[in-house]
Design a protein around this ligand. Structure first.
Ligand code: 5AD
Ligand code: SF4
Length: 486
C-alpha cells in the first residue's frame, strides 16, 4: 500500500526497477530530489495545478495525478500561475478541444515570462493523432504530452520532462496493465470515486470514447473491495463506482462477476453509508441489479440511464442496441421496484439523419418518463467515428431549435418533479460550504438533488436530516431537523 512507502529509502543511484508500481516510486523519489533542490534555491516548494476538464473518470484520474505530484513534493495550487500546470483533457465533443487550444495559448504567454515552468497535457484528447501533431507543430512550449493508457507512468514521464530538452510525447495506442497502489490526493475527505473498470466496448456510432479509452477492462473485485475498505477506514462514507458502462462489469474477468454481485459485496463494507455508480447502459441493465438496488440500504435512489434518443430508428443508427420500448420498459421496472428512484439521462440532439419525427419521439420519451434531470447535448461530429461518415448531417438552425425545445421541456418537467418532494424530510450528506453564501452549507439527497441549508463547515461529511423548505427548480433550500443522523 502506497502510504507505507518511504520514498527516502529508495536508492535512486541504482537502475530503475522494471516492476510496477515500484518503478514509479523510484521515479517519484528521483523527481523529489529535483524538487528539493528547487526549494533550496528558491526558498519555497514549487506549485502544481491540475486542471480537470472532463467527466468523473477524468476527475478521478486527476486525483491520481495530484497524488503523484504531491508525493514528488509539489504544493497544490488552484491557479494556473503555477510552476507545473497539467491539463487533463476531454474530447467527447469538439468544443472541449477548441477550449484547450485557447487556454493553452494563454498559458504559453505566461510561460514566456516564467521560463522555468512546466506545462503538461494528458487525457482523452491526447489519444488523437491530429491533436498531438498540432501540439508538436504549434505549441512547442509544452513539456509533456501523454495519454490515457500510461497515466500510471506519470512519475517517470515527469522525470523525463524535467531532464530532457525536447517536448516529451508518450501516447500509447493500447491499454497497458492496471497498476494498483499509486498515491492519490482526494478532493473530498468523506466521499470518493472508485474505478471499477476502464474503457468501453460498445462503439456507439457517435462516440469517441472506445477509441481513446481502449477496450473494456474490469478491475479485480478484491482490489476494488480492498480500496473501498481502506477508504472507509479513512473516513469516507460515500463511494461512486466508476466505469463507462458499469452494467457490464466483470464479464471479462478470469472469474466473471456481475455488477450486481459486486454491489452486494460493497454493501457489506462497514463505514460505507452511500453507494453510487456511473454510468449505466440500458442494454445491460439487469433485473438482478434492480433487485439488488431495491433491497439495498446503501445504494442511492438514483439511476443515470443515458437515453441518447427516443427514436428507435436513430438508436439503431447510433448502435445503442436497445429501442424506445425497451428503454420505457426499463424505467417502468425501476419505478415499480424502487418507487422513490430519481432517473436522469443524457440526450443528443441532431444526430445525422434525425428528422422532426425522430425528435418528437425523443420528446415523447421525455414526457412519458419524466426525468428528474437530463443533460442535453448537440451532436458533435468526432472524426474517426462511424457517425462522422454518415450522410444527412442535420442543419444547424434546426438542431438549435430542437435543442431549445428539448431543454425547456426537461427543465419544466425537472422542476415539477422536484416540487413533489418539497416540504418533506430526507437524509442529506453535507458536502461543502456554499460557494456564494458562507452561512450555508450544501449537500445532496440520496436521489442526487442538491440542497442548501444554514450551517457551518463542521457539518461537512455528515449525514443529517433536512426538511426541504423550498424548491428552487433544480435545487432546494432546507432546514436541518436532526444533526445526529450520522
Ligand atoms: N456528440 C454529442 N454528445 C456526445 N456524447 C458522447 N459523444 C457525443 C457526441 N459525439 C454525449 C452522450 C454521452 C455523454 C457523456 O456525452 O450523451 O452519454
Ligand atoms: Fe461512448 Fe457508448 Fe461507450 Fe458510453 S457506452 S462511452 S456513449 S461508446
Amino acid at each position: 500500500m502506497y502510504q507505507e512507502i518511504d520514498l527516502d529509502q529508495i536508492e535512486v543511484a541504482l537502475e530503475p526497477p522494471e516492476k510496477e508500481p515500484e518503478r514509479e516510486y523510484y521515479f517519484m523519489a528521483k523527481c523529489r530530489e529535483r524538487v528539493r533542490a528547487f526549494a533550496q534555491k528558491n526558498g519555497r516548494f514549487p506549485t502544481a495545478c491540475v486542471v480537470n476538464m472532463g467527466c468523473q473518470m477524468n476527475a478521478r484520474d486527476s486525483e491520481k495525478l495530484r497524488g503523484i505530484l504531491n508525493a514528488i513534493g509539489y504544493m497544490p495550487a488552484e491557479s494556473e500561475e503555477a510552476d507545473f500546470v497539467l491539463y487533463n483533457t476531454c474530447t467527447v465533443r469538439e468544443n472541449a478541444n477548441n477550449k484547450v487550444y485557447g487556454r493553452l495559448g494563454k498559458l504559453g504567454h505566461y510561460k514566456k515570462k516564467h521560463p522555468g515552468m512546466m506545462i503538461a497535457l494528458c487525457g482523452c484528447m491526447m489519444q488523437e493523432a491530429h491533436v498531438v501533431k498540432r501540439l508538436r507543430e504549434q505549441y512547442r512550449f509544452v513539456n509533456l504530452v501523454f495519454g490515457t493508457h500510461n497515466l500510471y507512468k506519470f512519475a517517470e514521464l515527469v522525470w523525463r520532462a524535467m531532464t530532457e530538452e525536447d517536448m516529451v510525447i508518450d501516447v500509447w495506442e493500447d491499454a497497458g496493465e492496471i497498476v494498483e497502489d499509486l498515491p492519490l490526493r482526494r478532493k473530498y475527505s468523506f466521499k470518493s470515486g472508485v474505478n471499477i473498470m476502464f474503457g468501453c466496448d460498445n462503439f456507439c456510432s457517435y462516440c469517441i470514447v472506445p477509441y481513446v479509452r481502449g477496450r473494456e477492462r474490469s478491475r479485480e473485485p478484491r482490489d476494488i473491495i480492498r480500496e473501498i475498505e481502506r477508504l472507509a477506514k479513512d473516513g469516507v462514507v460515500e463511494v461512486m463506482l466508476l466505469g463507462q458502462n458499469v452494467n457490464s462489469y466483470g464479464k471479462n474477468l478470469a472469474e466473471p462477476m456481475s455488477f450486481a454481485a459486486l454491489l452486494r459485496e460493497v454493501e457489506k463494507i462497514e463505514g460505507i453509508r452511500r453507494i453510487r455508480f456511473m454510468t449505466s447502459h440500458p442494454k445491460d441493465l439487469s433485473d438482478e441489479l434492480i433487485e439488488v438496488m431495491a433491497q439495498s440500504k446503501k445504494i442511492c435512489r438514483h439511476m443515470h440511464l443515458p437515453l441518447q434518443s427516443g427514436s428507435s430508428r436513430i438508436l439503431k443508427a447510433m448502435n445503442r442496441r436497445y429501442d424506445k420500448e425497451h428503454y420505457l420498459s426499463l424505467v417502468e421496472k425501476l419505478r415499480a421496484a424502487i418507487p422513490d428512484i430519481a432517473i436522469t439521462t443524457d440526450i443528443i440532439v441532431g444526430f445525422p439523419g434525425e428528422t422532426r419525427e425522430d425528435f418528437f419521439e425523443t420528446l415523447d420519451v421525455v414526457r412519458r418518463v419524466r426525468f428528474d434531470s437530463a443533460f442535453t447535448f448537440i451532436y458533435s461530429k468526432r472524426s474517426g467515428t462511424p457517425a462522422a461518415e454518415m450522410e444527412h448531417q442535420v442543419p444547424e438552425d434546426e438542431v438549435k431549435e430542437n435543442f431549445d425545445v428539448l431543454l425547456k421541456e426537461v427543465q419544466r418537467i425537472g422542476a415539477e418533479k422536484a416540487e413533489e418532494l418539497a416540504g418533506r424530510v430526507f437524509p442529506v450528506l453535507i458536502e461543502q460550504q456554499n460557494e456564494q453564501d458562507a452561512s450555508l452549507v450544501t449537500g445532496r439527497l440520496s436521489n442526487n438533488s442538491v440542497v442548501h441549508v444554514p450551517g457551518g463547515v463542521s457539518l461537512v461529511g455528515k449525514i443529517v436530516d433536512v426538511r426541504l423548505t423550498e424548491c428552487k427548480g433544480f435545487y432546494y433550500l432546507g432546514q436541518i431537523e436532526d444533526e445526529n443522523v450520522g
